[in-house]
Structure formats: structure tokens, C-alpha cells
Design a protein around this ligand. Structure first.
Ligand code: GLC
Length: 432
């Protein structure tokens, strides 16, 4: 591990070794929250960390670092599938059986309300996390009814990856800001002999959480909305139809390759890296991995395009939550502080291009020089539209996935899909 993870971590190690509790390092049983809701955490010993597959390979080295400093409070990594829906299912199953197998959950930002409302995760002591140093929209994703239920860890904002070498060769000087510009840039690039077999664009269009993300982005980027923050739908509109039509027409006319409707994040990353795509919508982690691929040095990022100008991303990311059924919660809270510290965020940024919650890291000029995607990413996160913050999020996303997919695979017109979706979401909203 190149980045040094030092002071904050040693601090808790020294205290633990001396058998001391709390103080400057902010440790252990005192919740320090000044709130009535936050639990007092007790128990030290082994814990588990539960997250989707570690595609960037940077997670285990950080856990190793913790384990070295805390030999009596070791954390074991439980890896779940890459697919967000499958992760959610397994975490819910663990909660419903009140199992203590999972301690700290790497919770997708869209699940906070559901997990908090069911009391599957504990309220956290707010004052023990440096929330005032973090981007506001990111902190909001960790809250439910004004209480903090997760420690902001990794944010995520969608960006448009593009092939700088091919655009330049085709005489295009700027990345596209609109969907029409993107299509015309592709037409020019595809005239190059080396690009004739390439496809123009892909995102994540398989029927899973990624489709909810990409569908919502298309709707928002055409001036529409899917729901408001409380889940009240307004999706049967001319604007939303323009957004969905962009995706549907792009599948029909081959702008998005046929297999594009089977892609999750990793499939689309592989397609871009192996030279099959001119443009790709994906999260920042691709920036780092693509740099180790055959297109290294031949890509850059721009804001997502939209109908009449730059579009907006769905707000993504993951926070650390504490399972209500876990043992050794004092250790867990210390581990959460370690994992979500600015130092760890710096490590994940440098090693894996994961989006930090900390504002200062986006504004550090030395970092920006080295990681030129940072300003685009910051803008993407600040302008991002959150998915509905509702307790029944699982039902809402399932309805979106079903109708958006039916439109993409041509089994329903986009007008019909939006009509059905509005009705479905309205019923769920009324039943809340
Ligand atoms: C990324 C995002 C997450 C989103 C998922 C969809 O992991 O961080 O918020 O739900 O992609 O596939």
C-alpha cells in the first residue's frame, strides 16, 4: 500500500494497547452524540465487514492494516456479489434472521431509510464523525429522519468516459455536452478505419439497480423527474419520455450495442477497455482500472451529456452502517472511524479513484494535477439527483427496473412504460 495510513490509526492502537478508553481519539462506549437516539456501544473483539466484490483490489490491504494494529479485534472481509440488488438481499436476509454474522455493512446510499426504519442498523454518534468536512449531499445520504445511521465512506457520481485519441483524430476538439453531439461525434469517429467496428455508447442497462440509476439519469437529463425525495412520482411527462426515448432509440439504432442491455458496471468497463466503445457512462472507479488497460492514456472524462446541455448523474455511493444484531460494537465503531477517515479516503482516491466524501480532497491543487478527473467528479456529485429516500426502496426500484427494461427491450412503447410506472409508483406512494 503506497499511501501511509498513520496517526489516526496508531492513536486507537496505542489506546487499546494501554487498556485506555476514549479521549482524544474518540473511542469506545461513550457515544459522544449528545442525542438520545444513539446507542452506547460495547464489546470488543473480532468483527466482519460486509461489502460487494472488491473489484479494485484495494479493500483487503486496508483491512490488513487495521488487523495489524488491532490483533485482538480483527476484521474479516465477507464479500458479496457485485450486483447491488443481490447485496441488498443478502444483507436483509442476515437482518431478518437477526444473525450476528455481519457487523459493519457497506451500505448503498439508497438503502439507508429502509435499513434504519426496520431497525436493522443502529443510529450512530454524530459527533464522532467529521461530517462538517464532508460534501453536504453525501452526508444527507447517511441520514434518516435527522439521525445519522451510517458513516459516509465513498461517494459516486456518473461521468462520461471518452476516447481522447479517437476524438482528436476525427477532428473533434471538445467532448459532447448533449446526446445529439455525442451521436454526431460517434458518426465522425466511426469513419476512422480503426473505429469502424466500434459501438458508440454504453451504460448499465441490465435489469438491476444500475438500470434505475441510468434510467433516472436519462429522465433527469432531459428535464424530467422520476419521483421527489419522498417517492411521489411525476414520471408520465413529455420530459421523462424524451429521456427514455434517448435510451430506447439508441438501442434501436445501434448507438448502444445490442448486448448493452446485458451490461452491469463491470461488463461496460470491460467493453470500453477492450476498445469496443467510444463513450461510456460509468462511476469514477473505472478511471483507475482503465489506466492499467490497453486504452491507458487514451481516455478522459466529461460531465454526462443531456438533452439540451450537460445532464445530471444519479447520486451513488456507499456508507458504513452497524448491524443492530452484531457483537463487539465498540470495536465496530472504531473500525468505522478508521475506514471513513480522511486518510483512508485519500488512500482509496489514489489507489482506486473512489470518490471521497471529504471536500478538501477535491480542492487540493496537487491532487487535481495528478488526478484530473476530480473537478468533473465533484461537479457530478454536487449536481447529482438522489434516488428516492423511501423505506420501501426495494419496491420502488423493482417497479422502475421492470418498466424501463420493457421499454429498452422493445416489449413496450416508452409512453406505455412511463404510464404504467407512474401508476405503480403512485400506488406505492399512497400505501406508504
Ligand atoms: C454504484 C453506486 C451505487 C449504485 C450502484 C448501481 O455502486 O455507488 O449507489 O446503486 O452502483 O449499480
Amino acid at each position: 500500500m503506497k499511501t501511509r495510513i498513520t496517526r489516526a490509526f496508531q492513536c486507537s492502537a496505542v489506546l487499546a494497547a494501554a487498556g485506555l478508553l476514549l479521549s482524544a481519539c474518540g473511542s469506545s462506549g461513550d457515544d459522544g452524540s449528545g442525542q438520545t437516539g444513539a446507542t452506547s456501544f460495547e464489546g470488543r473483539g473480532p468483527i466482519t465487514f460486509v461489502a460487494g466484490k472488491d473489484t479494485t483490489g484495494t479493500l483487503q490491504p486496508l483491512l490488513d492494516r487495521w488487523n495489524k494494529l488491532h490483533p485482538k479485534e480483527k476484521v474479516t472481509f465477507i464479500q458479496l456479489p457485485t450486483d447491488a440488488d443481490a447485496q441488498r438481499q443478502q444483507m436483509i436476509q442476515n437482518a431478518e434472521t437477526k444473525s450476528d454474522a455481519y457487523t459493519v455493512l457497506y451500505l448503498d446510499v439508497v438503502w439507508t431509510s429502509e435499513f434504519a426504519a426496520h431497525r436493522w442498523i443502529d443510529q450512530l454518534p454524530e459527533k464522532q464523525f467529521p461530517l462538517d468536512k464532508m460534501l453536504k449531499p453525501v452526508v444527507e445520504t447517511a441520514k434518516y429522519r435527522d439521525g445519522l445511521y451510517a458513516a459516509p465512506s465513498t461517494s459516486d457520481g456518473g461521468m462520461l468516459y471518452y476516447r481522447t485519441d479517437l476524438l482528436k483524430k476525427a477532428g473533434i476538439t471538445q467532448p459532447p455536452a448533449t446526446w445529439a453531439e455525442m451521436k454526431s461525434a460517434c458518426a465522425k469517429v466511426k469513419k476512422l478505419p480503426e473505429a469502424k467496428d466500434m459501438s458508440c455508447y454504453a451504460g448499465q442497462f441490465q435489469k438491476y439497480e444500475g438500470l434505475t440509476v441510468n434510467f433516472s439519469e436519462a429522465v433527469n437529463s432531459a428535464g424530467g423527474t422520476v419521483t421527489d425525495a419522498n417517492g411521489k412520482p411525476d414520471v408520465d411527462t413529455a420530459e421523462a419520455k424524451k429521456g427514455l426515448d434517448f435510451l430506447v432509440d439508441s438501442v434501436k439504432d445501434g448507438t448502444i450495442p445490442k448486448e448493452g442491455i446485458t451490461y452491469q458496471e463491470e461488463d461496460s468497463r470491460q467493453a470500453f477497455q477492450s476498445g469496443k466503445l467510444v463513450f461510456l457512462r460509468n462511476w469514477p472507479y473505472v478511471y483507475s482500472l482503465a489506466g492499467k488497460s490497453e486504452i491507458a492514456g487514451k481516455y478522459a472524462v466529461a460531465p454526462l451529456p443531456g438533452l439540451n446541455g450537460p445532464g445530471s448523474s444519479s447520486l451513488g455511493g456507499h456508507n458504513l452502517a452497524l448491524s443492530s444484531f452484531a457483537k463487539n460494537k465498540a470495536t465496530a465503531v472504531d473500525f468505522m472511524k478508521f475506514y471513513t477517515s480522511e486518510e483512508s479516503a485519500n488512500y482509496f482516491l489514489k489507489e482506486a479513484a473512489l470518490a471521497p466524501p471529504y471536500t478538501a480532497l477535491y480542492d487540493d491543487q496537487a491532487l487535481v494535477k495528478q488526478y484530473p478527473y476530480l473537478p468533473v467528479l465533484k461537479e457530478s456529485i454536487l449536481r447529482a439527483v438522489p434516488r428516492p429516500r423511501v423505506v420501501q426502496y426495494g419496491d420502488v426500484t423493482a417497479a422502475i427496473q421492470q418498466e424501463a427494461y420493457a421499454a429498452l427491450n422493445g416489449s413496450k412503447s416508452s409512453a406505455q412504460a412511463l404510464k404504467n410506472l407512474q401508476k405503480d409508483l403512485q400506488q406505492k406512494y399512497a400505501a406508504q
